[in-house]
Design a protein around this ligand. Structure first.
Ligand code: NAD
Ligand code: UDP
Ligand code: UDP
Length: 343
């Protein structure tokens, strides 16, 4: 924590422009675990643009060098291939801890590895934060609410989670990661922040990670039917990635531990989402119903009053605005087609 206190102007990010530009703090050293992934790479872009030095720690399980390649050669950027389940020695001011497979297909692929990443990986990064006095931010998830019995979900809700199900490696893993985070905070005085992220989409998502937005967009582009699981009446709320990154940075720079829900409160059934995808990409795209997966939450929608009040944050990008930006990226990656497409 000394490192923090010795840096004049820390916190200026949130100061609403009161501190003159020249006096704003410069050049924090920041670790982003999982920084080669979807959310992490967008966060890295913002931190580099702000003037910070960024070390990405990633084992490339679901992340890709392509997501951060544009920073290669920048002396303020470093990429380390490392698995957070192993200890790591670094000297930094802030740790954004994102490393963890996030889509059901990936986190169920090797459930023991997923829970080790959540528990041992988070423990190691908290140990690192404690040793060097860094501020630590955990990217937890709306899945900690399980199949919620309260709707919309507030941060005070304790959740309805199956401890022995096929999703438990992820949702119970994240719950334990939150516990560890609070125990290091209370027990060792580590400065911590907890974000509970709701479904997020945008450019650089893995094309075949099985999540609903990436599936529908890739399917519509490839002229395949959109696969709706179950009756398609289950709901989710979809947040564009730039809104999330803004929320994560405000949380890190602010004074509140959280947890904070970060998500877009706009709620859609999967059938409604399919319709938006049809309207954006191909009105003739077919819909095909498939059996739903086990323990699939019926509905999910964040109550974001706490983030609005204490972080001054709320999402700005509506689904109908964000989706075309993702479609353009997917089109290029699927077809190698560089034509502008915002239709
Ligand atoms: P992602 O899979 O694109 O990124 C995760 C990154 O972590 C990848 O680069 C992966 O290679 C890396 N990683 C995984 N295990 C690792 C390990 N053991 N050691 C080092 N690196 C490892 O997923 P994302 O969507 O960018 O998610 C980022 C974080 O946000 C995750 O912690 C996820 O749980 C959380 N989150 C995301 C969403 C969402 O909708 N995208 C929702 C809730 C929570
Ligand atoms: N750790 C790490 N980097 C550090 C400091 C600690 O990876 O710079 C790991 C360490 O190996 C341990 C975990 O973080 O497994 C927890 O560390 P802590 O010091 O809290 O606990 P202890 O080592 O006393 O069990
Ligand atoms: N889903 C769907 N078709 C797909 C992929 C997912 O209908 O091709 C549904 C899935 O059953 C769930 C919702 O979309 O109800 C969101 O699934 P996703 O895996 O994207 O995220 P999560 O379940 O983690 O919220």
């Amino acid at each position: 924590r000394m490192i923090y206190q010795n840096r004049p102007g820390f916190g200026s990010f949130n100061s609403g422009g009161k501190i003159p530009l020249g006096l704003q703090r410069k050049g924090l050293r920041i670790v982003v675990t999982g920084g080669a992934g979807f959310v992490g790479s967008h966060l890295v872009d913002r931190l580099i643009a702000r003037g910070d030095s960024v070390i990405v720690v990633d084992n490339f399980f679901t992340g890709r060098k392509e997501n951060v390649m544009h920073h290669f050669g920048n002396p303020r950027f470093e990429l380390i291939r490392h698995d957070v389940v192993e200890p790591l020695l670094l000297e930094v001011d802030q740790i954004y801890h994102l490393a963890c497979p996030a889509s059901p297909v990936h986190y169920k692929h090797n459930p023991v590895k997923t829970i080790k990443t959540n528990v041992v990986g988070t423990l190691n990064m908290l140990g690192l934060a404690k040793r060097v006095g860094a501020r630590f931010l955990l990217t937890s998830t709306s899945e900690v609410y399980g199949d919620p019995l309260e709707h919309p979900q507030k941060e005070t809700y304790w959740g309805n989670v199956n401890p022995i199900g096929v999703r438990s490696c992820y949702d119970e893993g994240k719950r334990t990661a939150e516990t560890l985070t609070m125990d290091y905070h209370r027990g060792a005085g580590v400065e911590v922040r907890i974000a509970r992220i709701f479904n997020t989409y945008g450019p650089r998502m893995c094309i075949d990670d099985g999540r609903v937005v990436s599936n529908f967009v890739a399917q519509a582009l490839r002229k395949e039917p959109l696969t709706v699981y179950g009756d398609g009446k289950q709901t989710r709320s979809f947040q564009f990635v730039s809104d999330l990154v803004e929320g994560l940075m405000r949380l890190m720079e602010g004074e509140h531990v959280g947890p904070f829900n970060l998500g877009n409160p706009g709620e859609f059934t999967m059938l409604e989402l399919a319709k938006v995808v049809q309207e954006t990409i191909d009105p003739n795209a077919q819909i095909e119903f498939r059996p739903n997966t086990e323990d699939d939450p019926h509905k999910r929608k964040p109550d974001i009053s706490r983030a609005k009040e204490l972080l001054g944050w709320e999402p700005k990008v509506a689904l109908t605005k964000g989706l075309p930006m993702m479609v353009q990226d997917f089109r290029q990656r699927i077809f190698g087609d560089h034509k502008e497409n915002t239709s």
